[in-house]
Write a protein that binds this ligand. Structure first.
Ligand SMILES: NC(=O)c1ccc[n+]([C@@H]2O[C@H](COP(=O)([O-])OP(=O)(O)OC[C@H]3O[C@@H](n4cnc5c(N)ncnc54)[C@H](OP(=O)(O)O)[C@@H]3O)[C@@H](O)[C@H]2O)c1
Length: 234
């Protein structure tokens, strides 16, 4: 697709991978809308990138409906949804609280479903669209302490397969992108230390790949793209 003037909605576009994707799509000429919960950060990033901002929690249905109403009113449609907003809580199964489990599922699974559902309504009506789900290498294999996060990313991968099967006949391309470890704020928010190193993936690397898969001619698409650092050092 040609990204020039394409309308792109990026959830969680105020930090890390989402912010880099928003910047890359805007640089390619897309009209970009970012969402996030923190109003101050949202306004600051919208100014910095020259994009439109909507304060919305993906896990709150009323926020999602309001987001799409605003996108339709201001932009007249949607070409790309990037389901990027995500959080992590990590810990041993024996200590895992129901509240933490539900919090992760609410954003990473329910939020992605609500955002995807409303995008799909528009895409079916338009008979075209692009839906990019940012999962993780946690979507393809398990690890200790990963109960909620890994389950949420497996679920996102499962929904991606279903949406692709449903929406392909409406000319909608549904992509899954699985980054390995990327240096962002994610670890800090999840409460663990992350060691930065020039050999590790940066948000811009994931944004580069998202732009690349979108820019392929509409007659084809990449089903699933996994991105690893070549030789990450701690
Ligand atoms: N970093 C990694 O190593 C890595 C690896 C693989 C996959 N991923 C995935 O990549 C995505 C982005 O992660 P990141 O590393 O860029 O994280 P990050 O730096 O923590 O950024 C997360 C973004 O999501 C927003 N967000 C969180 N919960 C939200 C909600 N309920 N509603 C709306 N926005 C919400 C945050 O803004 P507010 O807090 O203001 O809402 C922020 O803009 C996530 O899905 C993550 O699982 C990350």
């Amino acid at each position: 697709m040609n990204l020039q003037n394409a309308v792109a909605l990026v959830t969680g576009g105020t930090l890390g991978i989402g912010k880099a994707i928003a910047a890359a799509l805007a640089a390619a000429g897309a009209r970009v809308i970012i969402t996030g919960r923190d109003a101050g950060r949202l306004a600051e990033v919208a100014r910095e990138l020259g994009v439109h901002a909507i304060q919305a929690d993906v896990a709150v249905e009323a926020d999602v409906l309001r987001t799409y109403a605003e996108v339709e009113a201001k932009f007249g449609g949607l070409d790309i949804l990037v389901n990027n907003a995500g959080i992590g809580v990590f810990g041993p199964l024996v200590d895992f609280s129901l509240a933490d489990f539900e919090r992760v599922m609410a954003t990473n699974v329910t939020g992605a479903m609500l955002m995807g559902r409303e995008a799909a309504k528009l895409f079916v009506r338009q008979n075209r669209g692009n839906l990019v789900n940012i999962a993780s290498t946690a979507a393809v294999r398990g690890a200790p302490n990963g109960t909620a996060y890994y389950a949420s990313k497996f679920a996102l991968r499962g929904m991606t397969e279903c949406w692709r099967a449903e929406l392909r006949k409406h000319n909608v391309r549904v992509f899954l992108v699985n980054p390995s470890e990327v240096i962002t704020n994610f670890a800090v928010t999840a409460g663990f230390a992350q060691k930065d190193h020039p050999s590790k993936l940066q948000s811009e690397d994931i944004a580069h790949m998202v732009r690349a898969i979108l820019e392929m001619e509409d007659r084809g698409f990449t089903t699933e793209l996994t991105v690893f650092a070549t030789n990450p050092q701690d």
